[in-house]
Structure formats: structure tokens, C-alpha cells
Design a protein around this ligand. Structure first.
Ligand SMILES: [Zn+2]
Length: 75
């Protein structure tokens, strides 16, 4: 099996998980943006957008379920 990139291992994502674009090769290696959470994006912009979307989702969930917010009201 020929591997041109050290990043192209079995199971590793090859597409941006935010916009779905495939990662672009540069200098023979596939380049992608990896967050501390282990998520892969095609650029830091997608990483930022995804983070913001997740943050909004979390806030929306906290608003819908107040008990899941900061702390428990039943202490
Ligand atoms: Zn992207």
C-alpha cells in the first residue's frame, strides 16, 4: 500500500467536518487544521465557525433545559 502522506492513515478523516471539503495537499502532505478536541477542519476559519456553532448549540440546549446549565438548582 502506497502512502504519500503521513496523515493518510486508516480511519483518519480526509474531509473537513464543518464544510465537508476534502483537505488539500501541499508539499506532498495533506494539510488540515486540527483542534485540541481532535476535530479536523480544512482551515482555521471552519474550526472557528464549528466552535461557534457548537457554543450556540450548547447555549440553546441550556436555555431549553435550564437544569443542564451551570450548576444544579436542587442543591
Ligand atoms: Zn472546511
Amino acid at each position: 500500500m502506497l502512502m504519500s502522506s503521513r496523515y493518510l492513515v486508516n480511519g483518519s478523516p480526509r474531509c473537513c467536518m464543518f464544510c465537508g471539503e476534502p483537505f488539500r495537499p501541499r508539499d506532498g502532505d495533506i494539510e488540515f487544521w486540527r483542534t485540541s478536541a481532535g476535530q479536523h477542519f480544512c482551515s482555521e476559519f471552519c474550526a472557528d465557525d464549528a466552535e461557534e456553532a457548537q457554543f450556540r448549540k450548547r447555549r440553546a440546549a441550556a436555555a431549553t433545559h435550564p437544569g443542564l446549565g451551570a450548576g444544579s438548582p436542587h442543591l
